[in-house]
Design a protein around this ligand. Sequence first.
Ligand code: NAD
Length: 361
Amino acid sequence: MQKNIAVIRGDGIGPEIVEQALKVLDKIAELFCHNFEYTDVDMGGCAIDKWGDPLPEEMLAKCLASDSVLLGAVGGPKWNDVPGNMRPEKGLLRLRAGMGVYSNNRPAKIWRQLSSASPLKASIVNKGIDFIIVRELIGGIYFGTHKTEFADGQKVAVDELKYSEAEIERIGRIGFETAMKRGKKLCSVEKSNVLDSSRLWKSVMHRLADEYPEVELSDMLVDNCAMQIVKDPSQFDVVVTENMFGDILSDEASMITGSIGMIPSSSLGATKCGLYEPIHGSAPDIAGKDIANPIGTILSAAMMLRFSFDMENEADAIEDAVSRVLDAGYRTGDIFSSEEGLTLVGCSEMGRLIIENIQKG
Ligand code: NAD
């Protein structure tokens, strides 16, 4: 199969981790007889430096013309003081909106080899952690009007949180469909005791539930959900929630699985062209040292193969290779511990080991 992948290396550790993911894709192409072509796209701080814009129009056009987009991470202290609409993260928001990817899916799954890396007690971890957060990605408070005004002699800031029934329905359907493919349990998370947007959210979810009688729908307030994720994460199968709640809860969920460096994500809209990225940021504190964990990015590439290119066996081959490398005790710094039998490796060595362990069939 021939596929054109837009590649955004970005800032900080972005280029290092993306390089490893591309080498893994090259190995898959060689073993399974595919042809992956890569188109470089500038986005984030590096695009500000080069083009004066975090996502120039022609860069967005390259992404839209591709079969899918693989992203490392963007941002860093160098661009902290640029005006709000020119910040690296604005490039990411514009990319998500431009691609129309309204659904962000983040698995929160503990690798059995890393269960001791979870900050939770063994008695909680041993019950299992394996759920997905389906987060609405291009609506809500991040995309409402933002303004700071002067009133009564002081600054007053306003951020608008708006959702339409149609926006809620399309993400709700992704939640129900995802639950249908898993354990058929969907938890809808909102703040309906306070927010109108959440009351609308809840009513749309319950209307949709009639179409999915096999799915057990439950409602949970976001503050309770934040507690339940650390108290008993085994209760969750699929969580569906709005943009900001999903942003916060998915970071919390990633932490209980051990390391933010392990977790991939996919963002999809109405087409097969998706955006695939690790959930972490550009980690400027460790950039350029060859110590970052590339596994989140490598697993994002596996998700791309599975969800956008329908290459199930190829995705399995990558995930199995990661599992074998962890079984053999290799760890980057973020998942290393003093446990016996572990070997500390850097970013490029971790990439090399995963490639070495990729097998067909
Ligand atoms: P971060 O995720 O970059 O880093 C948080 C901590 O996790 C740091 O200690 C870092 O060293 C560590 N870490 C992250 N990824 C790792 C990896 N792969 N391997 C090992 N350790 C890893 O979050 P932050 O420090 O809050 O943000 C840094 C920059 O990234 C900011 O400019 C922020 O805006 C940006 N950011 C970008 C994205 C994105 O591109 N999607 C997401 C979040 C943050």
